[in-house]
Design a protein around this ligand. Structure first.
Ligand code: NAD
Ligand code: TYD
Length: 385
């Protein structure tokens, strides 16, 4: 697809950028908001439904910031979305809101279809109605930045990389709903002229990630000397990026990205799951030795593999590096050390709060579930504790 480059010097020159961010109470969205508010002159409206994966505490420091507003709204609620768009008058929409955990998508795909596909449709409908009423000059500046994942490309063998031109070939219910949302976003560009940009990033890690994803789960379990459940043989490979490096790239794309384009974001940092878990064990052993002086590597438990488990993801980041002169600031070892330090410092605060809160939300949800819906993944975690 061809795109139009808007130079940063001319992009919204002299104006305060108004960012409507969906899913900003989650892991990556909250990092984006922290970075934007540190870099004036952004004004932000965060629209988030506050699912189990989010916490109002993640952005507590900005509660009294005049450049920050929050609305607890489901993106499926078009009537509320319309009011929020009309009152806030965004220059840019950054769409993070989604259900994001692959294991949950395997046991309960309906939430993923509803938020990731129907929710994106609802947001696109509202954004394009709002866009069509803008003046010609306002239309020039408007962007709809859709945050997607490298998982839409399926998986790789031992060789090769995902390119922006790689075909969509999702394997999990999560990645299938994200690929579906990408197709909707592209259709709104081609059919209605909505000025969209899509990004596909690799696995993120860093502070404020809900501890059901590999890295924070392993850190907290290792700190508590609990079992570390590794799926299959732990040989699956992911390409890891520190979350602030991702949101840094997004800010550049927002300022200088070409309309209609897709950008793959990754930090050239491939590691097998077992390598990561052992790394975490060794770092934590060096910081807080196990009470019985044993290596935490002995806590690893190989558990039943995830159904349809993608083998390897790897991003070719040439386009984003060359077009924006972007590169990650963190190496995997510096990013992992920072992340472990953050979880150690926040184990009794943010982590305890989000886990307690999510447990009450999950208990409420489980009451609505049939026996056949029960989580196999939850079982594998229970078995190992
Ligand atoms: P997250 O699960 O931490 O946060 C998602 C946020 O979306 C939560 O705050 C949740 O409350 C909100 N949300 C979910 N459904 C909603 C709805 N219907 N209405 C309003 N809000 C809703 O996820 P994350 O890791 O921060 O991921 C953010 C985005 O980035 C997602 O779109 C994801 O697909 C994409 N992504 C994530 C990664 C990763 O490694 N985490 C990698 C690439 C892309
Ligand atoms: P995850 O963090 O769920 O991200 P994704 O599935 O989106 O890549 O998982 C990362 C990898 O770690 C993936 O290959 C599955 C594996 N994994 C485990 O081995 N044990 C676990 O407890 C979890 C949550 C993940």
């Amino acid at each position: 697809m061809l795109g139009r480059r808007i130079e940063s010097s001319s992009y919204c020159k002299g104006k305060q950028l108004k960012l409507l961010i969906t899913g900003g109470a989650g892991f990556i969205g909250s990092s984006m908001i922290r970075q934007c508010l540190a870099r004036m002159p952004y004004h932000i409206l965060n629209i988030d439904k506050l699912t189990y994966a989010s916490s109002s505490k993640s952005l507590k420091e900005f509660e009294s910031n005049l450049n920050y507003q929050f609305s607890c709204t489901d993106i499926n609620d078009q009537r509320s979305l319309r009011t929020l768009f009309t009152n806030f008058k965004p220059t840019v929409v950054v769409h993070f809101a989604a259900e994001t955990h692959v294991d949950r998508s395997i046991t309960r795909a309906s939430d993923f279809v509803q938020s990731n596909i129907v929710g994106t449709f609802s947001l696109l409908e509202t954004a394009s109605a709002y866009f069509s009423d803008l003046s010609a000059e306002e239309k020039q500046h408007f962007r709809f930045l859709h945050i997607s994942t490298d998982e839409v490309y399926g998986d790789l063998g031992s060789d090769g990389y995902f390119l922006e031109t790689s075909p969509l070939a999702p394997n999990s219910p999560y990645s299938a709903t994200k690929a579906s949302s990408d197709l909707l976003v592209n259709a709104w560009y081609r059919t209605y002229g909505l000025p969209i940009i899509i990004t596909h990033c690799s696995n993120n890690y860093g502070p404020y990630q809900f501890p059901e994803k590999l890295i924070p789960l392993m850190i907290l379990n290792a700190l508590e000397n609990k079992a570390l459940p590794v799926y299959g043989k732990g040989l699956n490979i992911r390409d890891w990026i520190y979350v602030e490096d991702h949101t840094n790239a997004l800010l550049r794309i927002l300022e200088r990205g070409r309309i209609g384009q897709t950008y793959n974001i990754g930090a050239n940092s491939e590691h097998s799951n077992l390598e990561i878990v052992y790394n975490i064990c060794d770092l934590i052993d060096s910081l807080v030795p196990h009470p019985e002086q044993i290596s935490r590597r002995s806590l690893v438990k190989f558990v039943q593999d995830r159904p349809g488990h993608d083998f390897r993801y790897a991003i070719d980041n040439t386009k984003v590096r060359t077009e924006f002169d972007w590169q990650p600031n963190e190496s995997f070892s510096s990013g992992l050390a920072k992340t472990i330090k953050w979880y150690m410092e926040n184990a009794d605060g943010w982590c305890r709060h989000i886990l307690d809160q999510s447990q009450s939300k999950t208990i409420f949800k489980n009451r609505e579930m049939k026996d056949s819906d029960v989580y196999s993944n939850e079982h594998s975690h229970e078995q190992t504790q």
